[in-house]
Design a protein around this ligand. Structure first.
Ligand SMILES: NC(=O)c1ccc[n+]([C@@H]2O[C@H](COP(=O)([O-])OP(=O)(O)OC[C@H]3O[C@@H](n4cnc5c(N)ncnc54)[C@H](OP(=O)(O)O)[C@@H]3O)[C@@H](O)[C@H]2O)c1
Length: 258
């Protein structure tokens, strides 16, 4: 029987390519996005059954509506990619608190709410795979993007703990840590005028997604998503002092003044 995979943030960016990579492995897809763009997903992945779901995952009602859509299919869920996320650039003393609270809801709270449903469902069946998108930003302080990094550190640690708990239920949990990726992400975060603004220097979202799906199926605890320099940065971040990493990150995330 064909498997079923849930992917959040599937309308664009690495989430779209996660859905694409899972469709290539023959999985039917429940793809979640915030806007009507998600309705294009069935045409983009014609080889499998695709169920687009539009929901605001920064609200608990949105998360519940996604799980209701999965449950309505009355099929076992084999794979879940908890991927949707956002950032916000700027100095913390200037940034909009409401947007930061929305980010915490989307990047942290909704991941926990959705993971609760997914983990209980998969543990009961003694089968399943969960990919949680974190970031290389989980391994460094992120000044001028000061709330984002901590949200990725939360999900990285959450994924590692959940992985250990779910081992005895035959459910694999993998964390995906992409480096900077060419998506809409930094634009949406208002970071066009920072060193992160130029998409031409960033990782290919297709590569990031492929590495994530391969790592998930290989049962890895985490996988760094990106090219060789991204992987090197992940290793260096284990050893460099936090202050130095913070100073370096600020050079990339601070708005150009010229
Ligand atoms: N891009 C990077 O440099 C980078 C680096 C490391 C980690 N990441 C992580 O990778 C993940 C995916 O990011 P991306 O780069 O692919 O970003 P993206 O291009 O901005 O895409 C974001 C996706 O999430 C959906 N989304 C946004 N807000 C949502 C909400 N409130 N409810 C439901 N869906 C929502 C969007 O749907 P709509 O299109 O309909 O709005 C879209 O499908 C995030 O968790 C991010 O933290 C990104």
């Amino acid at each position: 029987m064909t498997g079923l995979a849930l992917v959040t943030g599937a309308s664009t960016g690495s989430g779209f390519h996660l859905a694409e990579a899972l469709a290539a492995r023959g999985y039917d897809i429940v793809g979640v996005g915030a806007s009507s763009r998600i309705d294009a997903l069935p045409d983009q992945l014609p080889q499998v059954e695709v169920h687009p779901v539009r929901a605001d995952l920064s609200t608990s009602a949105g998360v519940e509506s996604v799980w209701d859509a999965v449950a309505a299919l009355d099929r076992p869920l084999d794979v879940a990619c908890l991927n949707a996320g956002m950032s916000l650039g700027g100095a913390f003393i200037d940034t909009d608190l409401q947007q930061e609270l929305t980010m915490l809801s989307l990047n942290v709270t909704s991941q926990v709410l959705l993971a609760k449903h997914v983990a209980q469902h998969m543990a009961e069946r003694k089968q399943g795979k969960i990919l949680i998108t974190s970031s290389l930003s989980a391994t460094t302080p992120t000044p001028f993007e000061s709330i984002y990094g901590p949200t990725r550190a939360f999900v990285y640690s959450f994924a590692q703990g959940l992985r250990e708990e779910l081992r005895e239920h035959n459910v694999n949990v993998t964390a995906l840590l992409p480096g900077a990726t060419a998506a809409e992400f930094h634009d949406r975060a208002g970071m066009q005028n920072t060193a992160f603004g130029d998409n031409s220097t960033k990782n290919d979202p297709r590569l990031v997604a492929l590495l994530g799906v391969e790592g998930l199926f290989a049962g890895k605890d985490h996988v760094v998503g990106g090219d060789r320099s991204t992987r090197r940065a992940a290793v260096m971040n284990k050893f460099l002092p936090e202050q130095l990493k913070a100073r370096r990150f600020a050079k990339l995330s601070r708005t150009h003044t010229h």
